[in-house]
Ligand binder design. Structure first.
Ligand code: SAM
Length: 273
């Protein structure tokens, strides 16, 4: 029988410092077992039996470091996850943005889904906007993640039943093609979303965005990493633009200029300048 990998306190400290420095993801002693089980899985895949050996590998090989970071992320998502956010988008954010943009002479909404996982979030935004935006309004969505595996699935746009459970009625036939074993997002929606690898610890270089979705991502970061990500969002966003974060995340107590906005459907943040 194979021997269980021994993961010492020193290993834990080394790994968690590296992960934090490279991604902002913060492992605490409470969630140490999650890190250990994901690390064990990766060691098994690589045929390595000592955490120290693998640690040396990822400090020397940038590609393996990417694969490792990918393996420790949590990628749970769903189409139209948190319906209240999509109601807020439809009934409050879009009308506000159209008003503002009209004054600036532009007819394109620029959107970023940061931490998009396997693509359900940006495709949901694209489907909703395709449904509600009047002519001649257009939109473009950049969707990014640190997980290369997730980005491959997202670009493919193929889904089976579970992620589709919360789709609004009529969206399945309207925005998906039935294919063997599941459903594929129609090309007219797929072409609206550009998927890019991006680590939120770096500047995205995106600017003048009207809307940013970053839901259920900063929950894995500590306060310092959250603050830097939120500052970078500020720099990427246009005046009067909107930011959605996850419903269990908050900017409360953070040194930020974003204003809290409460609508009848959900809460969100706005860059009021
Ligand atoms: C739980 S999923 C959330 C997906 C989607 N936003 C939603 O709410 O359904 C979190 C995603 O954040 C990504 N992530 C974590 N740390 C990241 C980082 N430093 N840069 C970019 N993406 C990151 C993970 O790879 C994962 O796919």
């Amino acid at each position: 029988m194979a021997q269980a990998v021994l993961f010492t306190d020193t290993d834990f400290e080394q790994y968690r410092s590296l992960i934090y420095a490279e991604s902002g993801i913060h492992f605490t002693p409470t969630n140490r077992s999650i890190l250990e089980s994901r690390l064990r899985e990766r060691l098994r895949e690589k045929g390595v039996d000592a955490p120290q050996t693998y640690f040396t590998m990822i400090t020397r090989d940038k590609e393996e470091l990417k694969v490792f970071l990918d393996s420790i992320t949590t990628n749970l998502t769903q189409f139209f996850r948190n319906e209240a956010h999509f109601l807020t988008l439809e009934k409050f954010v879009v009308p506000e943005l159209l008003n503002i943009k009209k004054q600036s002479g532009s007819n394109i909404l620029k959107i970023w889904s940061a931490g998009c996982s396997t693509g359900e979030e940006p495709y949901s935004i694209a489907m909703l906007l395709s449904d509600i935006l009047p002519y001649p309004w257009q939109f473009e969505i950049v969707a990014s993640d640190i997980s290369l595996k997730c980005l491959m699935i997202a670009r493919e746009g193929f889904y089976m039943d579970k992620p589709l459970e919360k789709l609004p009625s009529g969206y399945l036939p309207k925005y998906f093609d039935k294919v063997v074993g599941g459903y594929k997002v129609k090309p007219e929606i797929r072409t609206k979303v550009r998927f890019d690898y991006h680590n939120l610890k770096n500047d995205s270089l995106l600017r003048n965005l009207d809307l940013v979705f970053c839901r259920n991502v900063i929950i894995y970061f500590d306060e310092a990493a959250q603050t830097s990500v939120i500052r970078r969002f500020w720099d990427s966003m246009a005046p009067k633009s909107f930011l959605f974060i996850g419903h269990s995340e908050s900017l409360f107590g953070m040194d930020t200029q974003f204003e809290f906005v409460k609508t009848q459907w959900a809460t969100l943040y706005r860059k009021f300048v």
